[in-house]
Design a protein around this ligand. Structure first.
Ligand SMILES: C[S@@+](CC[C@H](N)C(=O)[O-])C[C@H]1O[C@@H](n2cnc3c(N)ncnc32)[C@H](O)[C@@H]1O
Length: 220
């Protein structure tokens, strides 16, 4: 199973990808290497975001004019590469993850793509790292794709750190459809968070049925 928009048939998902900006050669190699890691049992095959989500995130980064971004959950670096490519040359992306092994793959591809100087990776528990950031560290864009039970806390921590028109992207907010019928604590956590965000006056919220569900939050 490869990452794709799960609500679409395989044929339509291919069509969506073919009708969107293609991933570049470095990204294609990273997607291939990550799939090979998954085949060897070194990673889950669905951890990486879908290619069409990656090109959307690069477009959004550019369209928002984001200069400073943060990612929570980096894995082998595909989503970070998409955000970094959307930043201006003097922009920066702070990546938080706890896996040295997976992010070592990410670092190789960021170098190859020529964006390594825009990315700072901090290893450790993401919530602790986020809480340790100086209060004046703010972001124009945040992407959350780590432990699902931590999302509510990440959203709370990010709110005061977002700049005026700042946007947060939350991945996997449909959980393969299991938000309707939770099977584990990750499904339940996202079902609760989706319900809370829909009526939270601090955020303008839309849940896009792209890939595994991508929620966009704009700070009011
Ligand atoms: C789904 S993967 C991220 C996929 C990545 N965004 C991509 O598109 O390739 C989740 C990542 O979150 C990291 N992670 C999970 N819980 C974490 C935590 N509490 N602190 C730091 N990293 C965490 C894992 O190590 C893993 O690399």
């Amino acid at each position: 199973m490869t990452p794709r928009s799960f609500l679409l048939t395989a044929e339509l998902a291919d069509y969506v990808q073919a009708s969107s900006e293609p991933v570049d050669a470095v990204m294609a190699d990273l997607i291939r290497e990550t799939a090979e890691m998954a085949e060897r049992g070194e990673a889950s095959p669905t951890m990486q975001i879908a290619p069409e989500q990656g090109v959307l995130m690069r477009l959004l980064t550019r369209a928002l004019g984001a200069r400073r971004a943060i990612e929570i959950g980096t894995f082998t670096g595909f989503s970070a590469l998409c955000i970094a490519e959307g930043l201006p040359e003097d922009g920066s992306l702070l990546c938080l993850d706890r896996s040295e092994e997976w992010t070592a793959v990410a670092r190789r591809y960021w170098e190859r793509a020529g964006v390594a100087d825009r990315i700072e990776l901090r290893l450790g528990d993401a919530l602790a790292t986020l809480r340790e950031l100086p209060a004046e560290e703010t972001f124009d864009l945040a992407f959350v794709d780590a432990d699902k039970t931590g999302y509510a806390a990440y959203v709370e921590e990010l709110h005061p750190r977002l700049t005026g028109n700042g946007v947060v992207l939350l991945d996997n907010t449909l959980r393969g459809g299991q938000v309707l019928d939770p099977e584990d604590e990750s499904d339940s956590a996202l079902a609760s968070l989706n319900a809370a965000l829909a009526t939270d006056p601090r955020w303008e919220t839309v849940l896009l049925p792209l890939a595994d569900g991508l929620t966009l939050l704009r700070k009011r």
